[in-house]
Design a protein around this ligand. Structure first.
Ligand code: SAM
Length: 230
């Protein structure tokens, strides 16, 4: 019989190594799927390929961490589908050092990707419980991200203007404070529609006003706030 020269693993170590290996493969497959679906930004693919989505997912769903689907994170909210995260991030056309405001911290996954791409990230969440968990993840994984618990429809004027603003919840319209807090040439990415289905608006601030393009067929939880849904 052939003799194995592998060092035997202790029981805990064995489980850990097996799961890391499995998730590595699933993460690679997720990146491949994103490429097949048209995501091209290498820095974005690098960031998503280097961040453990399973760190942002509740224990009960950890085996589905790399599925291309949204998953529950508590408070009736979700971590967005990887393709949606990638599509919205690519639409921002980010450069390292850009200031980016995210509305809807949720699990913190999207903010972590922006930070890994070199952006200075500011993120707002209206549920304190979710923000507390997201902050723990940022600390544990070594991300420096400014965050606050507030109504994100009003933006975060103090640190603006922003090269990019990403709204990760569905709005009835583009909140004026967010449009105001865009730097010249800055881009607001926001799903707008009813509470069932939204169109993604990619709005660029020009010297004369704003221009927008759209992408159809996204579904988000509602943006609740003074300039959102009641
Ligand atoms: N970006 C998140 C992630 O990476 O996990 C997913 C966000 S989830 C789809 C939308 C989030 O927006 C929810 O956590 C929800 O509580 C939050 N939200 C809704 N309205 C908000 C508001 N006015 N201000 C801040 N957060 C809001």
């Amino acid at each position: 019989m052939a003799k194995s020269d592998a060092t035997p693993l202790s029981p805990g170590e064995s489980t850990q190594r097996r799961s890391v290996k499995r998730f590595d493969m699933e993460r690679d497959e997720m990146i491949q799927l994103l490429q097949e679906r048209g995501i091209r930004d290498e820095r974005l693919l690098g960031a998503m390929g280097s961040i453990d989505r399973h760190e942002f997912v509740q224990e009960a769903f950890v085996n589905r961490s790399y599925d291309d689907s949204a998953l529950p994170i508590g408070k009736s909210q979700t971590i967005s589908q990887p393709y949606t995260v990638a599509f919205m991030t690519e639409a921002l056309s980010l450069h390292p050092g850009d200031r980016v405001l995210e509305i809807g911290t949720g699990s913190g996954y999207q903010a972590a990707i922006l930070a890994r791409m070199g952006a200075k990230v500011f993120t707002i969440e209206r549920h304190m419980d979710l923000l507390v968990e997201a902050r723990k993840r940022f600390d544990r994984l070594g991300f420096t991200i400014a965050s606050k618990c507030s109504d994100g429809t009003l933006g975060w004027k103090e640190f603006g203007p922003y090269a990019g603003i990403l709204v990760t919840a569905g709005a009835p319209d583009a909140p004026e404070p967010l449009l105001d807090q865009l730097a010249p040439g800055g881009i607001l990415v926001i799903p707008i529609g009813d509470q069932e289905v939204q169109t993604l608006y990619i709005i660029t601030r020009t010297k004369d006003g704003y221009v927008s393009r759209q992408a159809a067929g996204f579904k988000f939880v509602p943006l609740i706030g003074k300039k959102g849904w009641k």
